[in-house]
Structures are given as C-alpha cells and as structure tokens.
Ligand binder design. Structure first.
Ligand SMILES: Cc1cc2nc3c(=O)[nH]c(=O)nc-3n(C[C@H](O)[C@H](O)[C@H](O)COP(=O)(O)OP(=O)(O)OC[C@H]3O[C@@H](n4cnc5c(N)ncnc54)[C@H](O)[C@@H]3O)c2cc1C
Length: 573
C-alpha cells in the first residue's frame, strides 16, 4: 500500500503515528541483528519503515533486499530511499522494476550525498541532477504505482539557502511527491516555523519531522556540525556535565526526544519519524514514553500480523511463533482461497528448504552455543526450554517471542518441561475477554474466546502416560513422529481455537488447529532440531547425538482443551 494512503487514513482517526528509519549494515551478522530488531520493533506497529540508500548507491542491493524482506516477510510497509548519485536511466529503470517485482511501493526520492571519498556532489547523468528529476521520472513512467516522499530541511539545506530551498521543496511536491520527511533538528520552534512557511507557500502535504535521539555526545556534535543543525543552548548546557558518560547521554537523549515529540504533538503534528541508527532501545523508550503503545491492541485486526495486502483472515496456530517461516512458506500463494487460509491441496505450501531465506531470529552459532550450551542429558535439554520460559535466553528454535498471554501459564509450562515434555507453543483458555484488553485484537467493543492449546515434544513413554488416561471427549490431540506414525482422535478435523464476537459482524475466527497443516508443520518442527540446534555441535559430540536421537524418536503432539469455559489443560499431566 502507498504510505500516503495509510497516512490519510490515520489522520482521520486523530491518532499519533510514527515511522522508523534504518540503514543497511556492513556485515552479515549486522544484517541478522537488524532483521531481529526490525522484527521486534515491528511489534510497535510503525506506520512504515524506511531504509537508506548508501552514499553513492554503495548499498543499493542490500537496501533492496532489506526492503523486500521487511515488506514481504515481516509485513512492515517499507519505503526504499533512492538517490541520483551514480545513477543513469538504465540503472534507475532496473532499480524501479526490481522494486516493483518485490512489492515495494514507496520511494524516498533524493539527490543523495556525495560518493564515498568525495566532498562535493556531481551528477553522473545530467538528466538526474536533483531529487525533483527522480520524482518526475517516476511519475512519468510509473504513474501512481509508487508512493513518493522527498526530503525537507527545517533549517535549509547546508549548500542552499532557506528561502530558495523552500521553493525547491514546493517544486518537488508539485512534481508529484506525496509527503515530506525532514532533516533532523533539535529546535522544535524552527520545525514549526518551517511547517508554517511550507503551508504559506502551498505545500499542503504531510511533513514528517525527523527525530534523531542523541546517543553519544561526540557523534551528536559531529553530525550536527556536518549537517549545520542548530543546537539550542540549553541542550549544550545540559550535556556538558554528562558528556563523557554515554549511558547518561543516551538517557538524556531519550527524555529530550520525548519532550520534543510531545511539543510537536501539542502543536497538532500527528506524525513522528524516528532515525533509529539501527538501535532499538532509545526508539522503543521514546514511543513508550509518549504513551503511544496503549492503543496498539486496537490496531491489531487479528491475534497475528497479517501479510501486507492479503485478504487472509484465518491462520493455523502452528506457525504462530515462527511467522516468518509461515509467510515464506505461503509466499507463492496468489490468494487465500475464499479470503481464508485454505486446504493444503488447493494451495501448496512452499518447499521446506525455502524457509531459511534469512534466519531472522536464530542468530550465529556462537550465540546459540552461548544460550543453549552443551546438552548431555534430557534434563539439560529441558533446562534450555525452562531458561527460555524464564526469559534467561532469547529464543529456542521454535519460538523467539513469548506472547504476553503466556505469562498466566508460564509456571505450569516450566513444570511440564521439568517432567520431560518440551513445550513449544501454547495459549491459555479465554472466555469473553473484552477486545480492548492489552492482549486483545479486532477493534473495540468485542469479546474474545480461546480454547487452551498446548504443543510439545515428548518421548513415546511420556506420550503413552498421558494418552492412557486422556478424556477423549474433552481433548482433541494428534501426535506424530518424524517417520510419520500418527496417533490422534481428530483425523482430518479443523478446530477453531480463537474467535471473537464484535458488533454488527459475523463471528471472526482467526486461528485454527488443523490436522492437515499440522502434518506439514511437523516437517518444519522436526527439521529445526537438526538445522538450528544439532548443527551447532561437532557431529561426533554427545550433544549432537542427543539432539539427533530426540529428532528421530520423539513425538510432536498438540492438545486442544475443548472445555474453554473452565477447563485446565494441565489436568492432562
Ligand atoms: C529524510 C532524509 C533522508 C535521506 N536519506 C539519504 C540516503 O538514503 N542516502 C543518501 O545518500 N542521502 C540521504 N539524505 C541526504 C540527502 O541526499 C542530502 O541532504 C542531499 O545533499 C540533498 O538531497 P535532496 O534530496 O534534499 O536534494 P535536492 O532536493 O535535489 O536538493 C539538493 C540541493 O540542490 C538545491 N536544488 C534543488 N532543486 C534545485 C534546482 N532545480 N535548481 C537548483 N538547485 C536546486 C537545493 O536547494 C539543495 O541545496 C537524506 C536526507 C534526508 C533529509
């Protein structure tokens, strides 16, 4: 979707919205970390994210790759920066075509910084000397397909003067730009004056203020000098006594940004654009400090994050904790049959080997070894699952984020793991929770329901222990091992496990447990033991052998407790 359409929709609701800027990292590890952050920060539901185009186009492929993955796999509306530096018409055409193929619909059109090693800017193609030339080219050749934004300078461009710069900005907007993102600033009054001046000359589109939280004194000084940004005296005075203490400077930067943003909001500026410098904590604290997270649940249409542009409205629960795998697996689906997740026979899942397009959350071998350690016994393995539930480690192969709602059953999950049941997915039962609860979804004035669900790996002995006494009327279950031996009482069934009732609509039923897709998920789930866990050890080591044995012999099992009103799924154990 074009960002301007999203902005216009938000403006009608009077809500404050925000967006985050990132830059392409230099190393493979940096890239993995960035994806990890993007995934986490994506939960704050920024209106969009954007990714810079390295000086002179030095990061063009990576910028494209990141935008494509954030757009298509992380479901974050993504805007790609694009500059005139080192560009000619062929390169430009190729770039825009690739963007189109990757569903990237938003471009920030810029002239660009000089190439690395050069101190002044030179056009390589006289047809592309200014940002406006890009705007015109895109509009002429792509009509309304792309949303376009341009840069604005509240204090004037360093190589221009304020007044002529303002006129050039007007020309960029008149040529077809939808909105403006500004250069960073620290004097809010200057931004407000710029905003008024823009309106006075007929620049009526949204102007998003660029906010860069100060994290380090020396960098802050260098950057503001380079960009010729005025720093109000009181900020310099505040920083002077703490300038050598990075921690204090960063904390000051957060509080300053919150004050600046609040002043903008008080002056009816409803949008904020944060330069993250690929850092997570300052930006998250600013958004939280402005109390903007309280409305997040109202924006959640479903308990899971929908793929951008799809009409999907129901999803199997198995991939809840590995959404990016699921999105990749179903990325070839042209549509969700009947607007819903359909039968696996109608719409093929992607090939299994596809799903490591990027391992967003799984990180490096060193990281994993540090988290999971050597495992010599099933007790050691259980301890990894327990450490995850106790927030001592960041992730296990099947899950990189514990949903808030898990907290009510966390202790019971820990106990299960101690007994040798390795839990990988769960939800508690819910009976008529108001939809505006912090864990809610689907909008206001609704009521939400859930059946308790539990998914785990168990040895055959442990499994037999449970199944020998199970109330088969009450619990639906399916167990399958790597070979494909199945034990179940719900063959072929599709069971709604999350549903909501809202005014003036049919019942919404977004999450299901489905027999057929469980057998597809089983392939992923077993493979993760090997591809993510066993591979961190030497092939001949006891740890590798143990993980391989679990993979070969354990069962993957789900249980649904159909007594959603007052049942306790842990009665099973
Ligand atoms: C939000 C934001 C994001 C940015 N992202 C990137 C990035 O990803 N990669 C990167 O390399 N740089 C980036 N930059 C930096 C930017 O490329 C530089 O500031 C660059 O010097 C100006 O770009 P512009 O698009 O504003 O240029 P323009 O609007 O083309 O202006 C450039 C200069 O030319 C003057 N000018 C404009 N039009 C005319 C005209 N018709 N005739 C004569 N003079 C004219 C202007 O006054 C100005 O001095 C970003 C800047 C901002 C504010």
């Amino acid at each position: 979707m074009k960002i301007i359409d999203k902005i216009n929709k938000e403006l009608k609701s009077d809500k404050i919205f925000y967006s985050f800027e990132y830059f392409p990292p230099k190393t493979e590890t940096g890239k993995q970390n960035l994806y990890f952050k993007l995934e986490k920060m994506g939960k704050l539901e920024p209106l969009f994210i954007d990714v810079t185009w390295g000086a002179g186009g030095s990061t063009s492929d990576l910028t494209m790759e990141i935008c494509s993955n954030t757009q298509n796999i992380l479901s974050l509306e993504s805007q790609m920066h694009l500059t005139c530096t080192n560009i000619d018409e062929d390169v430009l055409k190729q770039t825009l075509e690739t963007a189109k193929e990757n569903n990237i619909r938003n471009i920030l059109a810029l002239r660009g910084d000089p190439s690395i090693g050069s101190d002044h800017w030179e056009a390589s193609d006289q047809n592309f000397k200014y940002a406006i030339d890009l705007v015109k080219y895109i509009r002429k050749n792509y009509g309304d397909y792309f949303g376009i934004s341009v840069a604005g300078y509240p204090e004037g461009h360093p190589q221009g003067d304020y007044k002529s710069d303002l006129n050039f900005l007007k020309q960029k907007v008149d040529a077809g730009a939808d909105f403006v993102i500004t250069q960073l600033f620290y004097d809010v009054d200057l931004f407000l004056k710029f905003h008024d001046d823009c309106r006075a000359i007929g620049i009526n589109c949204p102007i998003l203020p660029g906010i860069l939280p100060i994290v380090n004194y020396d960098n802050f000084k260098k950057l503001t000098e380079f960009c010729k940004i005025k720093i109000p005296e009181y900020i310099l005075a505040d920083l002077e006594p703490i300038k050598n203490d990075d921690k204090k400077v960063a904390e000051y930067g957060i509080q300053l940004s919150i004050k600046m943003c609040q002043k903008l909001i008080d002056n009816n500026i409803n949008y904020l654009h944060l330069y993250t410098l690929n850092r997570e904590s300052s930006c998250v604290k600013i958004i939280e400090g402005l109390d903007l997270t309280k409305d997040l649940h109202e924006k959640r249409a479903f308990p899971w994050k929908p793929r951008i542009g799809s009409d999907e409205n129901v999803r199997p629960i198995f991939w809840n904790n590995t959404i990016e795998y699921y999105l990749q697996r179903t990325s070839d689906w042209e549509k969700f049959p009947n607007g819903r997740w359909g039968s696996i026979h109608e719409s093929q899942y992607g090939e299994i080997q596809d799903y490591h397009l990027f391992s967003i959350s799984l990180g490096s071998v060193e990281n994993k070894r540090a988290m999971w350690g050597e495992v010599k016994s099933l007790t050691d393995v259980a301890q990894v699952f327990i450490d995850f539930l106790n927030f001592n480690i960041k992730y296990i192969p099947w899950c990189d984020n514990l949903a808030n709602e898990t907290s009510v059953i966390n202790n019971k999950l820990v106990e299960l793991n101690k007994k040798g049941y390795f839990t990988i997915n769960s939800q508690p039962n819910v009976n008529g929770m108001p939809s505006n609860h912090p864990d809610g979804w689907g909008g206001s004035n609704g009521y939400l329901y859930q059946k308790a669900y539990l998914e785990l790996f168990a040895s055959k002995d442990r499994l037999d222990d449970i199944l020998s006494g199970i109330d088969t009327e009450r619990f639906s279950y399916c167990a399958v091992n790597k070979k494909g031996d199945i034990i179940t009482n719900c063959e072929g069934a599709t069971i709604a496990v999350t549903w909501g009732i809202f005014p003036n609509t049919e019942i919404i039923q977004p999450t299901i447990v489905d027999y057929e897709s469980f057998l597809i998920w089983k392939e992923d789930a077993f493979n993760l033991w090997l591809t993510e866990w066993a591979t961190i050890y030497d092939k001949k080591s006891p740890s590798h052998k143990l993980i391989q044995e679990i993979h070969d012999n354990f069962y993957l099992v789900f249980f649904v407790d159909n007594h959603y009103i007052d049942g306790d799924i842990f009665d099973l154990f």
